[in-house]
Design a protein around this ligand. Structure first.
Ligand code: MG
Length: 159
């Protein structure tokens, strides 16, 4: 077994979509970034790459590379999974927490779990996603940004 941790932050701005776990969520603000800025999927990818000893998404998908401009982070996750397959690693489970003051994320979490589980090659019950506010404290509380933490367990594929 191998364990990895991921953490990411993106700034909230006007005029951008809010995409978390591949779900477009109606909101007045969205996340700024080179890709679709899906902060949850980014934290999950960093946890997977971390567990695999493969550095981080900044090295896997440099934001200086125009190929990644506006790209869906689910496509990037698919590429991370290809790399894991090459290394004969498969996902055991993932647990993640999104830190956001607004909007309420609970209604969208089942779809996020399905989206990520499909790409991770596991059932949705192995992809736990939680959302919390930080009680109006700090940059997430002040709605300046959204942060996400993730941990991932990888298993060495014997088959
Ligand atoms: Mg990011």
């Amino acid at each position: 077994m191998r364990i990895g941790h991921g953490y990411d932050v993106h700034r909230l701005v006007e005029g951008r979509k809010l995409i978390l776990g591949g779900v477009e969520i109606p909101h007045t603000l969205g996340l700024l970034g080179h890709s679709d800025a899906d902060v949850l999927t980014h934290a999950v990818m960093d946890a997977l790459l971390g567990a695999a000893g493969q550095w981080d998404i900044g090295h896997a998908f440099p934001d200086t590379d125009a190929a990644y401009a506006g790209i869906s982070s689910l496509v990037l996750l698919e590429r991370v999974m290809q790399r894991l397959a090459e290394l004969k690693l498969k996902v055991g489970n993932v647990d993640a927490t999104v830190l956001a003051q607004r909007p309420k994320l609970a209604p969208y979490i089942p779809q996020m779990r399905e989206n990520l589980a499909r790409l991770l090659g596991v059932s949705p019950d192995r992809v736990n996603i939680k959302a919390t506010t930080e009680e109006k404290l700090g940059f997430t509380g002040q709605e300046e940004g959204i942060a996400a933490h993730a941990v991932a367990l990888l298993l060495e594929n014997q088959s």
